[in-house]
Design a protein around this ligand. Structure first.
Ligand code: AMP
Ligand code: GLY
Length: 434
């Protein structure tokens, strides 16, 4: 099968890696230096639907898997479907569940899905209503969210009225604003393969959204992810399914929003039960980098089946996975691009963009134990590797237990060098205890 992955992040490198294991011909648009080592990159902007459609025709692509939300929100799947090309992902109408948090919140309220208590403020009506509302909160901790797409960075939580005021006012100048009660609990990312006919849950993962150790600092797109999750018991998953996932798909069917792809539920498991934080209409980044090395199905086949309206059973190995994002200096605020990268002593595969590093802490563990996924990287004419974004790499460690996964992830991360590179040193600690 000829498969085209859209995007250039570490998530897409992981998708291309997993699909190329199935001996499919894999293309990536625009891809990065990592995907170039596994398949063929096409220098096409994900927002250029016309160029993507014509490349699909020219190359005889059988399936397009869309990674990033902005391409889905812009209607890439609509363009592909109109041209008779199979796609894995929602059309523009359904992508609104992610691209407008205001619409998504109204949808979940209509369908009785438990969320944080939320007050919506519309754009263009000034900030006076919001300021009045904020004054009545008497210093409570509040979460403010920009309604539109923001790469994980449009959310701020605080109990400082001045800080909340400034953030809310800035958002309201151009977008809708959601003000939510602050929920306490364990956060998890729940994924469902979906078609018009039903859905199947994948294993959940836990992202680490805050920039700094101990969940401090600003929200980011995600600084690391682990899977599986010992706290995600059968009972918890059944409750999430019953109270959040099931009612969502029922609501989507009723409102003609069903699609073939993946729906991702950001969930907070609180003492009062699970609460939906947000929907994403695609795989998560960095969750995908941790999940796919545990997937035992052929990824290309799995996505193809879903795009054809069928729902195969996803199977995951019992191996533990720990993904650590290596970020550029200054991320998530402002950061340089194009920093030269050196990968020292981690095996020859990495230099070619093949993610398997040549070491493993557990003797006798024959499957890949450490995988380096690249994000937006590029090559100099002489072959040197350069960073291209804020979250530059995801170093994923796998193992028969948590200690091995963690050691493999951090062992690999220590081989990646560029000026100002940094990462959280506590990925998974809140889940696995250290
Ligand atoms: P969202 O884009 O809505 O998923 O928000 C980004 C991150 O902010 C989430 O992954 C949570 O870590 C945090 N967050 C969002 N909403 C809440 C809430 N109501 N209470 C506590 N934390 C939240
Ligand atoms: N990791 C969260 C996201 O992909 O939005």
């Amino acid at each position: 099968m000829k498969l085209l992955v859209i995007g250039n992040g570490a998530r897409e490198h992981a998708l291309v890696w997993a699909a190329s294991k199935g001996r499919h011909s894999v293309f990536c648009a625009p891809g990065n230096a990592g995907t170039a080592g596994l398949g063929r990159n096409l220098p096409i902007d994900p927002l250029n639907a016309l160029a993507i459609v014509s490349a699909c025709r020219e190359l005889g692509i059988d399936l397009v898997v869309v990674g990033p939300e902005h391409a889905l929100a812009a209607g890439l799947v609509d363009a592909l479907e109109a041209a008779g090309i199979r796609a894995f992902g929602p059309n523009k109408k359904a992508a609104v569940l992610e691209s407008s948090k205001a619409i998504a919140r109204a949808f979940s309220e209509r369908h009785g899905i438990p969320c944080a208590q939320t007050t919506l403020f519309s754009p263009g009506t000034g900030s006076a209503d919001f300021f009045r509302w904020l004054d009545a909160q008497q210093g409570r901790r509040i979460v403010l969210k920009k309604s539109g797409l923001a790469a994980g960075k449009g959310v701020m939580e605080s109990d400082d009225p001045a800080e909340l005021r400034a953030f809310g006012e800035a958002v309201l100048a151009a977008d809708g604003l959601l003000a939510e009660e602050f929920l306490i609990g364990q956060e998890l990312s729940v994924f469902a393969l979906c078609t018009e006919g039903g859905y199947r849950l994948l294993d959940p993962a836990a992202d680490h959204k805050k920039a700094l150790v101990g969940d401090q600092g600003a929200n980011t797109g995600g600084m690391g992810a682990v899977s599986p999750l010992p706290f995600a018991t059968k009972e918890l998953m059944a409750r999430i399914d019953r109270e959040i996932v099931g009612p969502t798909f029922k609501g989507m069917a009723a409102e003609s929003l069903a699609y073939r792809g993946i729906l991702f539920f950001g969930v907070m498991a609180t003492a009062d039960g699970p609460r939906l934080l947000e929907y994403n209409v695609r795989m998560g980044d960095p969750e995908t980098q941790s999940l796919l090395p545990r997937l035992e199905n052929d990824l290309g086949e799995l996505c193809f089946e879903v795009s054809a309206g069928r729902l195969p059973v996803p199977r995951f190995s019992s191996r533990v996975s720990c993904g650590v994002v290596i970020a550029a200096p200054g991320y998530p605020i402002s950061y340089p691009r194009g920093l030269p990268v050196e990968i020292r002593d981690a095996g020859p595969e990495l230099a070619l963009g093949k993610p398997e590093a040549g070491f493993c802490t557990m003797p006798g563990d024959s499957a890949a134990c450490a995988l380096l996924f690249q994000a937006a990287t590029g090559r100099d004419p002489d072959g040197g590797l350069r960073t291209g974004g804020g979250r530059c790499f995801t170093a994923v460690g796998l193992g028969q237990d948590w200690a091995a996964a963690q050691a493999n992830a951090y062992g690999l991360a220590s081989h990646v060098h560029f000026e100002g590179a940094w990462y959280r040193t506590d990925i998974g600690a809140k889940i696995y205890g250290k």
